[in-house]
Design a protein around this ligand. Structure first.
Ligand SMILES: CC(C)(COP(=O)(O)OP(=O)(O)OC[C@H]1O[C@@H](n2cnc3c(N)ncnc32)[C@H](O)[C@@H]1OP(=O)(O)O)[C@@H](O)C(=O)NCCC(=O)NCCS
Length: 126
């Protein structure tokens, strides 16, 4: 993973406008998928006991729709009983992915992104 740290930080800055990769945080982990020795997809999450919160999930465009994010999230489901996340109401791809994986909507936060878009709160439970 360490070899991709800088690359992931760059993506986080560019795509999500911040860097969540605080590895000093003992309750934060990063899962990755490689293709041909390249970073293809990653998932950053926090965990406490049997709960995880997905902070960020990203698949490079040329590797999208190959099941990489699905596989990363499925591996979290093996390990944790409850998984939480939030997604921008306009992020249809990600929303559909989470629904496909059994997440349900349990709330929302109006004007959460850029003081404009709603955040949809979702969870999965075993
Ligand atoms: C969302 C994202 C992580 C999905 O990664 P991925 O590796 O391509 O996902 P998978 O191949 O495992 O799953 C694809 C699923 O996404 C959904 N999806 C993909 N393209 C879609 C589209 N154009 N419209 C609607 N849903 C779509 C579908 O549910 C699809 O499953 P299906 O093919 O069985 O129907 C990726 O698109 C991405 O990195 N987006 C930018 C970052 C982002 O928005 N992250 C989420 C923040 S909450």
């Amino acid at each position: 993973m360490l070899k991709y740290l800088e690359e992931i930080k760059e993506i986080e800055k560019k795509y999500f406008n911040c860097s969540f990769l605080d590895l000093e945080n003992a309750n934060r982990k990063v899962l990755i998928k490689e293709i041909d020795n390249n970073l293809a997809s990653y998932l950053i999450y926090n965990f406490v006991l049997d709960e995880a919160e997905i902070i960020s999930v990203y698949t490079k465009e040329k590797y999208q729709n190959l099941g990489l994010a699905t596989s990363l999230i499925e591996s979290l489901k093996q390990k944790y009983c409850n998984i939480f996340l939030e997604v921008n109401e306009n992020n249809i791809k990600a929303y559909n992915l989470y629904i496909k994986l059994g997440f349900i909507v349990y709330g929302n936060r109006p004007k959460y992104y850029n003081n404009k878009d709603k955040a949809i709160l979702m969870k999965w439970s075993r």
